[in-house]
Write a protein that binds this ligand. Structure first.
Ligand code: SF4
Length: 367
């Protein structure tokens, strides 16, 4: 069904806007710092990390590994000293994803795993809304993000006030928020969703019309798969909206047998050219099952590296759109995060309680 309407800040006079300010949190202010470990390549470092290099040797040259391995060893040792667990999104670089992360996945997988974590500290290798989601689901744990400036163009596109104004404009219409939103926005909506479960979440509300925010392209994708009328918001992912249908047609002309899979945050002309559309978790599952000879993954660039490290016989034709926010997370700032317990993610308890209802309502749906 075509989208029923699309709104943005200009359509809602009275909306307050401004950059999010992240409190550095109590642990950052009173950190008991640990000493900086040695960060040189030694025989000991080589021995301790050889099994990890095996996982990434197809995507990380040996010379680069000489600089990464001391950090990898230090981070893996410090995790137990800090009783910490590292959660890493599929868009993290291979040395983080394959060598220091304890749990990897898309937003939904990380949100579910965040509820099962036993460690007292979570280091979120991803962007700020993901760390907020972990804090919302684990209010008693310390949640750290190695660089609090790691934002997201989708999360930045809408405020809590925008949601309140949308509710005034469409009284009684339920509101679904993609997890790529701030805690303040999650606190204002009825339920959250991810790109894995967006259609199921919309249909679970049993309503003829739903407000779906903030990603206009994911909203269009959902609208194409349901009879529920969708009111969308004008947000977009700055990485996925750069792909074009023309680009995909050129890949197909160069090799008619190539397989193309795309994330639903892409514009409709891109999805129309794809052989499969799905969340990052669904894309990885598809590649493991189908094992295509040549593949174009239309999503953030590091995910293709992570899949290539795991499945070397799949030849990747790799358009490289990097997410600048995801790339703020590095081995160096993960190490600093563990040493100095920073940057701590803080969510106002009253906002967190309301946001938790929206996230838990999603998690309680059958996946
Ligand atoms: S890839 Fe897009 S949706 Fe994901 S964090 Fe970056 S800007 Fe946000």
């Amino acid at each position: 069904m075509p989208i029923a309407g699309i709104y943005g800040p200009d359509d809602l006079p009275g909306a307050e806007r401004g950059p999010a300010v992240h409190d550095r949190g109590p642990s950052a202010r009173h950190a008991s710092a640990l000493p900086m470990p040695q960060l040189e390549w030694t025989r000991d470092v080589e021995r301790a990390t050889a099994h990890l290099y095996e996982r990434v040797k197809r995507v990380i040259p040996p010379l680069e590994w000489l600089f990464m391995a001391p950090y990898v060893k230090a981070i893996n040792e410090l995790k137990s000293a800090r009783d910490a667990v590292i959660l890493a999104h599929n868009y993290q670089t291979p040395e983080i994803f394959h060598c220091v992360a304890d749990i990897t996945g898309d937003s939904l997988q990380l949100a579910i795993e965040a509820t099962r974590v036993k460690a007292s500290t979570i280091i979120q290798c991803g962007v700020h809304f993901m760390a907020e989601t972990s804090k919302i689901l684990n209010p008693d744990k310390t949640v750290l993000i190695p660089d609090a400036r790691a934002g997201c163009s989708l999360a930045a596109s809408i405020t809590a006030q925008d949601v309140r104004l949308l509710r005034e404009r469409f009284p009684g219409v339920p509101v679904v928020a993609y997890v790529n939103t701030s805690a303040d926005v999650k606190a204002e909506v009825d339920i959250c969703c991810t790109s894995s479960n967006a259609v199921d979440v919309v249909e679970s509300l049993n309503a003829p019309m739903v407000i779906f925010l903030p990603d206009q392209y994911l909203a269009r994708y959902v609208a194409s798969r349901t009879n529920v009328k969708i009111i969308a918001w004008k947000g977009a992912c700055e990485v996925h909206e750069r792909f074009t249908g023309n680009e995909l047609r050129r890949y197909r002309e160069a090799d008619p047998a190539v397989q193309i899979i795309a994330h639903p945050e892409c514009p409709p002309d891109v999805l129309a050219e794809a052989d499969f559309t799905g969340s990052t978790a669904h894309m990885i599952k598809w590649v493991r099952e189908k094992h295509p000879r040549r593949l174009v993954m239309i999503t953030e660039c590091s995910m293709a590296d992570n899949v290539r490290a795991e499945l070397p016989d799949v030849e990747m034709v790799q358009p490289c759109n990097l997410c600048p926010h995801m790339k703020r997370i590095t081995l160096a700032n993960i190490l600093e995060s563990l040493l100095y317990l920073r940057e701590e993610v803080v969510v106002d308890p009253e906002i967190a309680a309301r946001a938790r209802r929206s996230v838990e309502r999603m998690l309680n749906l059958k996946n």
